[in-house]
Design a protein around this ligand. Structure first.
Ligand code: NAP
Length: 244
């Protein structure tokens, strides 16, 4: 038996249009699943590989999760759902999260929308005894001085993972999470595209390299598979040793 065979399974990756979510989406596809992804742009043609978007073989639909009504109205083409991955995320640099508008926006995208999306798909996941994977961050485990909303939202995401893990275990749904360290995506270009900052960052990572979306996908496949059948409410740190 191949526990990592997802043939016949339907996966939805919110935030699957680029970066980590996209890497996770493509990994589930490579393991046989049919995979739907959502992002903020109008259509798949609006994404390019330069931004870390590889949408071939994935079903793309636009969904702005900052818009609660849009989440409520979102009408998926599929009738069953086995794995829900919540990889959406936003950050505002240059002290924008110290303004309440910025703080609220990041909390909406990174935390409120997790609950909205998870609740929306709860009935479908109960039918399949499916799995939810919440992408938080190692930022949940230390201060990130310039980004109070990012930090609070990711800390909240780890707590939500625990709590939904306990609350939905009775439905046969396993809720778990991944906390990435520093992964090369469009979100982290501010660090990775600056040679000095990149050098400083690499120095602090025991494995001496950035994480890749594929590194994150390994943990996601494991958590959604029967190999993790007794794991509930946990967030796995996938950071090359960064926060050790
Ligand atoms: N990269 C890292 O080092 C790192 C570390 C720890 C945690 N994370 C987390 O990993 C997740 C993925 O981030 P990433 O690094 O892969 O960056 P990314 O490439 O920018 O991906 C972010 C994803 O979230 C989507 N998104 C953002 N705002 C949204 C909204 N309002 N509605 C719907 N979708 C929205 C984006 O859609 P568009 O493509 O349309 O923008 C994209 O698919 C985030 O939760 C992030 O916080 C990243």
């Amino acid at each position: 038996m191949n526990e990592l065979d997802f043939s016949g399974k339907q996966v939805l990756v919110i935030g699957g249009s680029s970066g980590i979510g996209n890497g996770i989406a493509q990994a589930f596809r490579a393991h046989g699943a049919r995979v739907a992804v959502c992002g903020t742009r109008a259509g798949a043609a609006d994404y390019s590989a330069d931004d870390g978007s590889h949408l071939e073989g994935l079903d793309y639909t636009r969904l702005d999760v900052a818009d609660a009504t849009a989440v409520e109205r979102f009408n998926p083409y599929f009738e069953r759902l086995d794995v829900l991955v919540l990889a959406q995320g936003a950050v505002i640099y240059r002290r924008g999260e110290f303004e309440m508008a910025g703080f609220r926006k990041v909390m909406e995208v990174n935390l409120m929308s997790l609950m909205a999306c998870a609740s929306k798909f709860h009935p479908m996941l109960r039918e399949t005894k499916g799995s939810v994977i919440i992408v938080s961050s190692t930022a949940a485990y230390h201060s990130t001085m310039g980004n109070p909303a990012y930090n609070a939202s990711k800390t909240g995401a780890v707590g939500l993972t625990r709590t939904l893990g306990e609350a939905w275990a009775d439905d046969g749904i396993r809720v778990n999470g991944i906390a990435p360290g520093l992964v090369d995506t469009k979100m982290t270009k501010v660090t990775t595209a600056n040679p000095k900052r990149l050098e400083g960052a690499l120095e602090r990572i025991p494995l001496k390299r950035l994480g890749t979306p594929a590194d994150m996908a390994g943990a996601a496949l494991f958590l959604a598979s029967p190999l993790a059948s007794y794991i509930v409410g946990q967030t796995i740190v996938v950071d090359g040793g960064l926060i050790l």
